[in-house]
Ligand binder design. Structure first.
Ligand code: 6LW
Length: 546
């Protein structure tokens, strides 16, 4: 463990107290080196990227996130500096690895954990709709992962600890025989998933409800158990315990919760929790966690978020008693500073499709397991043809739908399309989509002998066309659809020349928020193209993020 840094920590009103942007020396592989603190912005992976887990291999860092009903499952991001993250691929790219057929909204894949040991990456997660807990492994995360090794242990939020004696501990957030929430532990074979010991109750947490998101670490000869408690909403917090044995008895950190915004009055970041720790190549420690940014912004007590739970980063130092101190005494910020392991570069979150590939970019997701025959990429023509089916956006199924996460509040998404059929009731368009019961879309439809552009909204059990207008398509049949978003609303526009846009209508961002859904949900808003009943040729799709 890195030695305790000689930081001057201000203990005033639990306001953010970061070590001054100071130079400090540290030993790096026997070389003296000077590392200047760098400032960086949170979230480090924006948009719907909940339940982050991080691991390091040499000076390479990897993060995975939960993906629920979306396919492919569990993205793997890579960084050299903890701030700039590149999407390498996904752990779950086949039906065998991740069955999602008609799964409920926010079903499917819950929180993952990523670990590296002895040349192998291991990712474990839960398919809450089919099968439960499993482990996949890979030597190179971007080159495919094994089939699922199912683990006979209940609960969610599985995690792995590879101990020095070769034992591999498997922890989950489950229930004891009375049904009480607790953390369970057993020893497993990480390749086969075989449980090698009985499953035991490890902890009931440190007093918060719903102890979950367990991670067990071996640090400086002691076992540290970090938990999320309080539930993933506004009471969320992270606690720490430690013991001399993996099975305890554990003593709680005297300054628990080590991370929580439940009392924070700065009104910028909420729900911090579900964290993971890593030591960087320079011996400095870092924590990643999920947190939310309400679309209402500061001074607006309407706590609702439409972007989903995002991935945040905080420096961690260890106090004189060997307990971790996260950020400013358990508070993190939208802008922080710390000894990043490499020079940070500006982050660009925009997405441009050039249709030069024979398959979808890694950044696209589908709803549940896609029928790929309905997505025809033509690099020669620089187009994508979406083949519509009878399945609509309102169904717990797999419509022809392909989208990217909305990665910040201010965006402009533009789609250039050409209808390939004239079928009554067809819908070809662009949607701001939270889930099957919460989405807004602008689309082209055919009604009797006319083309119409409509704006439809689905919120709770209300699905209605709120605006519509007849349109004459140009001779080449091209049409441009646009969605502009900000913290308050989505604005829907169309153009028949790609230059002059007409506004059709708007939809409020609060209609697509997690807190507003009638069942418990965990995802975030997507900007997606879709086709129903007819086919559409797409030759433009750009998401500008400001
Ligand atoms: C995650 C668990 C949780 O697995 O939400 O509320 C689940 N707590 O930690 C989905 O993010």
């Amino acid at each position: 463990m890195a030695g305790c840094r000689n930081y001057e920590l201000r203990r005033i009103n639990r306001m953010p107290a970061f070590a001054p942007a100071s130079e400090y020396k540290f030993k790096q592989k026997g070389l003296e080196a000077i590392m200047q603190n760098q400032r960086y912005k949170n979230p480090i992976i924006s948009g719907y990227h909940p339940d982050p887990s991080i691991c390091r291999v040499g000076d390479d860092y990897y993060i995975v996130n939960s993906t629920f009903e979306y396919f492919p499952g569990v993205p793997v991001y890579h960084s050299k500096n903890l701030v700039n993250w590149e999407l390498l691929g996904h752990c779950l790219t086949s039906r065998e690895q991740v069955m999602l057929d008609k799964c409920r909204v926010s079903g499917g894949i819950f929180a993952p954990t990523l670990r590296w040991h002895d040349g192998w990456f291991f990712m474990t997660t839960t398919n809450t709709s089919y099968g439960g807990n499993f482990i996949v492994h890979s030597r190179e995360p971007q080159k495919g992962w094994s089939g699922p090794a199912w683990v006979d242990q209940g609960g969610i939020d599985p995690s792995l600890l590879f101990d020095d004696d070769g034992k591999v501990y498997y922890t989950t957030a489950g229930n004891d025989e009375t049904g009480r929430s607790c953390i369970l532990i057993s020893e497993v074979d990480p390749f086969t998933g075989k449980r090698l010991t009985e499953c035991k109750v490890l902890s009931y947490g440190c007093g918060g409800r719903y102890p979950e998101g367990p991670h067990l670490y071996k640090i400086n000869g002691k076992y540290y158990l970090m938990l999320a408690e309080g539930g993933t909403e506004y009471g969320h917090m992270e606690t720490m315990q430690r013991a001399d044995s993996p099975y305890g008895p554990y003593e709680p950190c005297p300054h628990n919760p080590i991370l929580s915004h439940k009392e924070d009055q700065r009104e910028e970041i909420y729900c911090t929790g579900h964290a993971d720790l890593t030591e960087d190549a320079n011996g400095n420690w870092w924590l990643v966690c999920l947190a939310t940014r309400p679309c209402g912004g500061k001074n607006n007590r309407v706590l609702m978020h439409n972007l989903g739970r995002e991935t945040f980063l905080s420096p961690v130092i260890w106090d004189e008693n060997g307990w971790p101190v996260v950020g400013g005494h358990g508070l993190i910020d939208l802008e922080m500073e710390g000894p990043l392991p490499g020079p940070a570069k500006p982050v660009c979150r925009s997405f441009h499709e050039d249709f030069s590939g024979t398959e979808a970019s890694l950044h696209y997701n589908y709803l549940r397991n896609p029928k790929l025959e309905n997505y025809l990429w033509s690099p020669k023509d620089r187009t994508l043809v979406l083949k519509g089916t009878e399945v609509t956006l309102n169904e717990q199924d797999t419509p022809t739908w392909i989208g990217v996460r909305q990665k910040d509040f201010d965006t402009v998404t533009t789609m250039k399309l050409r209808p390939l059929g004239e079928i009554q009731g067809m819908r070809l368009g662009l949607t701001a989509y939270y889930n099957k019961d919460y989405h807004y879309e602008i689309y082209l439809t055919r009604e009797l002998e006319t083309w119409k552009i409509c704006l439809a909204k689905h919120v709770h059990d209300i699905f209605v066309v709120t605006e519509q207008t007849q349109v004459e398509l140009p001779e080449d049949g091209n049409l441009w659809l646009r969605v502009e978003s900000d913290r308050e609303k989505y604005t829907f526009l169309y153009s028949t020349d790609g230059e002059t846009y007409q506004k059709l209508g708007t939809g409020l961002a609060v209609g697509l928020c997690t807190e507003g859904t009638r069942t418990m949900t965990f995802t975030g808003t997507y900007l997606a193209m879709f086709a129903e009943r007819a086919d559409v040729e797409v030759c433009g799709f750009d998401v500008e993020v400001f």
